[in-house]
Design a protein around this ligand. Structure first.
Ligand code: NAP
Length: 223
């Protein structure tokens, strides 16, 4: 039996990741601040209450799952930051929060769970990032969000080097612009178009994909 652990699992893309993997018969460790929504999902679901910036709680969960192999770790939890998009309105408090949730917390998750993933068959460490974190596609505004996702991308590139000797495949995925609370209703993709496509990409990852930045459809994105 294969096992996946997902953060931010109670709504949006995270909840659909839970549904997709549960439907495939996987054991799903579903981490959320309020895991109530997970009760409706059928399958081998193990809900965990987890605020991803509570690093003691992250370590405690890793210890509780000690000795358990996790085939795929999906660091999905993220925030858009409420900061106004124009220069002149940068709010340091929003910046720090966005950076902590989007960049520091996934790295702390990766550090805490790297050995669980290394002990598995698939050994895949996936970060849900964004095309907005690509330096190549840099544009105006959204400073904290763009910078936090660029930092996340750099971290995963580093992990792809550090964890290669343990056989881990570290990949950054862009889900597309998706109709969630974060993406809004004007987004071009539905959750049903994005998440199953990402699951297919994750299923197909090979060691040669270690250190890649991929779109939800598996095409390469520039850093
Ligand atoms: N939607 C898009 O168009 C889009 C595009 C590019 C990238 N992304 C990325 O995709 C990921 C998922 O986004 P989404 O569209 O599903 O957004 P969403 O609907 O706003 O959901 C965000 C999820 O992250 C969780 N979360 C936020 N802060 C957290 C924290 N401190 N601790 C634990 N969980 C936390 C939320 O939990 P609560 O329910 O407890 O708040 C929620 O489950 C994010 O990393 C986002 O940056 C999304």
């Amino acid at each position: 039996m294969s096992t996946v652990l997902i953060t931010g699992a109670a709504r949006g893309l995270g909840l659909d990741f839970v549904k997709q993997y549960a439907a495939k018969g996987w054991k799903v460790h579903a981490c959320a601040r309020t895991p109530d929504a997970l009760k409706q999902v059928k399958g081998d679901i193990h809900p965990h209450t987890l605020e991803v910036t509570d690093y003691a709680a992250v370590k405690a969960l890793a210890a509780r799952l000690g000795g358990e192999a996790i085939d795929v770790l999906i660091c999905n939890a993220g925030i858009s930051g409420k900061e106004a998009t124009v220069l002149g309105s940068i709010d340091p408090a929003v910046w720090r929060e966005t950076f902590e949730v989007n960049a520091l917390a996934p790295l702390m998750m990766a550090e805490a769970f790297a050995n669980h993933v290394a002990a598995s068959q698939d050994r895949k460490l996936v970060a849900i990032s964004s095309r907005l974190g690509s330096i190549t596609f840099a544009n105006n505004g959204r400073y904290s969000y763009r910078a936090s996702k660029a930092a996340l991308n750099m971290e995963w590139k580093g992990l792809s080097v550090d964890l290669a000797p343990k056989g881990l495949i570290c990949v950054v995925l862009h889900p597309g612009w998706v109709q969630t609370d974060m993406g809004g209703q004007a987004a071009t993709l539905t959750i049903e178009q994005s998440v199953p496509a990402m699951v297919k990409v994750i299923d197909g990852l090979k060691p040669a994909d270690n250190g890649r930045f991929l779109n939800y459809d598996g095409t390469e994105l520039p850093w």
